[in-house]
Write a protein that binds this ligand. Structure first.
Ligand SMILES: Nc1ncnc2c1ncn2[C@@H]1O[C@H](COP(=O)(O)OP(=O)(O)OP(=O)(O)O)[C@@H](O)[C@H]1O
Length: 233
């Protein structure tokens, strides 16, 4: 579904990614792991063309998207939950959910507000609150709900549960597990290995702008030395 081949991404003259290749298959949950500053967010920004690649290719559902504007990439079916969530502070929860709603991907069963509230019941109690009145966890659930309303084929989350309380994290992982069971493909950045081990199919580990290891969930679970070397756990 998503195929990244040998991409180099720069910020000005400073190279951040070096020949990164990555795949996400239909219905797969894939993680991007690594310590701070290793290039995970830059990889996600490259997918959405929020950071321009200078070499390599990015293909989504058979279409080369490397040079497409971000909104076109979203319309093709990549729903982004960005780091920092970026929900609209002056819109209500209801408005935040509805503002992006569209079925450009031609889904047979497009997401409705009720679907979002079934996955994240907590935000159902806050429908008339403004975005800036929500807790971090509620904002994250809202950001995921908003991304789902474009009916994505692939959901991309940068720091899915960073800085959130344990209970709220659990609710987010439960929601993502529901989405996986419905067959949604997910690419997720997070540091919460325990939760990732329960949901992920495959992992990529990044160091200094390169992919240094990739393998299945079972393989990573069995290699604590990899976890301590690259992830500091
Ligand atoms: N806007 C930017 N301008 C210049 N350099 C940047 C910019 N954003 C990131 N970088 C650099 O690119 C490299 C990769 O950063 P990136 O944010 O992709 O890492 P990360 O693995 O997502 O880390 P974190 O978990 O801290 O977000 C780092 O050296 C970082 O300093």
């Amino acid at each position: 579904m998503l195929t990244i081949r040998e991409i180099d991404t720069y910020y000005g003259e400073s190279q951040a990614l070096f020949g990164v290749s990555l795949d996400v298959g239909e219905g797969e949950v894939v993680t991007l792991l690594g310590r701070n500053g290793m290039g995970k967010s830059t990889t996600i920004k490259s997918i959405m063309n929020l950071a321009a690649i200078r070499k390599g290719t990015i293909t989504f559902c058979g279409k080369e998207i490397g040079a497409s504007p971000s909104y076109c990439i979203a319309r093709l079916g990549i729903g982004l939950v960005p780091e920092g969530r970026q929900i609209f502070p002056n819109l209500t929860v209801r408005e935040n959910i509805l503002v992006t709603a569209a079925n450009h991907t031609g889904s047979a069963q497009p997401y409705t507000m009720d679907d979002i509230l079934t996955i994240f019941p907590r935000i159902g109690d806050r429908l008339d609150s403004f975005g800036n009145q929500l807790s971090g966890g509620e904002q994250q659930m809202l950001a995921i709900g908003r991304a789902l309303m474009i009916n994505p084929k692939l959901l991309v989350l940068d720091e899915a549960t960073e800085g959130l309380a344990p209970l709220v994290r659990q609710e987010i992982w439960r929601g993502l597990t529901i989405l996986k069971s419905k067959g949604l493909s997910i690419l997720v950045v997070d540091k919460n290995l325990g939760a990732l081990f329960r949901i992920a199919d495959r992992h990529y580990i990044m160091e200094k702008g390169k992919i240094v290891w990739t393998g299945t969930n079972g393989e990573l679970c069995l290699q604590p030395e990899l976890q301590s070397r690259y992830l500091g756990v």
